[in-house]
Write a protein that binds this ligand. Structure first.
Ligand SMILES: [Zn+2]
Length: 310
């Protein structure tokens, strides 16, 4: 008994240390990074700033658009110069966050706090790790096997499966495909997709009319490598984790589909589209699946923060 207690306490301690280390790693790299917001932009202003955005490689969290504020993340060394330039352009910049690393640490603290009190795997008030998402998907497949089956539509660069749940009461219906986290850091997408799974299964009685009309294919995380990296190493990681360049890994999966694909040689860019259309295994799998399943008539790709409907 003593051995097992010691083992549990060592395990608990090591889990705590791992979590603390990961938080520090993720937050630390953003020490003193600033978030800057412009005023609400007009047509001309958004076009001028758009050109700057694409040339500079800056991380715009909210792209310049007519009638919206632009919001961007700046390294500490760049912040003063960017602030001056935005002021010169009369875009009335203001600093929203002085030290992004503190916000990352606070976010992780809140996630851990909610998790320590939770009773179920899926907690709709919190973000979820890939392990928690997979665990909930396993539970749903086991508990609702009459209407849920699982498919794997591809394997990522790091060897993870792209998991999809097919929710259906029988053949012959059109289908809706929903996915989250094609952009790794957009953590709210997976819980939204999971909530749809939850409502269609655990609350089937209230929602059976929907499933009488359509099937659903739901993939909460279509970029799992990037998603895990954003939890463990870099909170703002957006791309996949493919090895194109030793210094700049990954591709903007959202721009990698074989549809209006445009080449770009800047592998370090946050919007780097890859070496060729559908070069990423994640997109090869997703694209083939969408093409082969002609019953899919509606595709929802969940994104966050940009306040845009895509
Ligand atoms: Zn996105």
């Amino acid at each position: 008994m003593r051995v097992s207690r010691n083992f549990v306490s060592i395990l608990t301690f090591s889990v705590f240390l791992t979590a603390a280390f990961e938080t520090t790693v993720s937050a630390g790299r953003y020490k003193d990074f600033k978030v800057i917001k412009t005023k609400i932009l007009g047509v001309h202003e958004s076009s001028v700033l758009s050109q700057l955005a694409f040339k500079s490689g800056l991380d715009f969290w909210s792209l310049p658009r007519n009638g919206k504020n632009a919001i961007l993340l700046c390294e500490p060394q760049q912040a003063e110069e960017i602030f001056k330039e935005l002021t010169r352009l009369e875009l009335r910049p203001e600093i929203l966050t002085e030290d992004v690393s503190r916000e990352i640490a606070e976010e992780r603290f809140k996630i851990d706090q909610i998790n320590s009190a939770k009773l179920k795997v899926a907690n709709w008030e919190n973000f979820m790790t890939l392990d928690e998402i997979n665990q909930y998907m396993d539970e749903v497949v086991a508990n609702y096997s009459n209407i849920v089956s699982e498919l794997e539509i591809g394997t990522t660069t790091e060897g993870r499966a792209t998991r999809v749940l097919h929710i259906s009461t029988g053949p012959g219906k059109p289908a809706i495909f929903i996915n989250g986290a094609i952009h790794a850091r957009e953590w709210i997408g997976p819980p939204v997709a999971m909530y749809a799974i939850n409502q269609l299964t655990e609350f089937y009685d209230q929602n059976s009319a929907i499933l009488n009309s359509v099937d659903f294919y739901i993939a909460p995380v279509v970029n799992p490598d990037g998603y895990v990296f954003s939890w463990e190493q870099d909170r703002f990681w957006r791309k996949t984790r493919s090895l194109n360049d030793l210094n700049c890994l990954g591709v903007d999966a959202n721009r990698n589909f074989d549809w209006q694909w445009a080449p770009d040689n800047d592998m370090c860019s946050l919007v780097y589209p890859g070496t060729a259309p559908a070069s990423e295994p994640e997109i090869q799998g997703l694209q083939s699946f969408l093409q082969e399943h002609t019953e899919i008539t509606f595709y929802v790709d969940l994104h966050s923060f940009g306040q845009a409907c895509l």
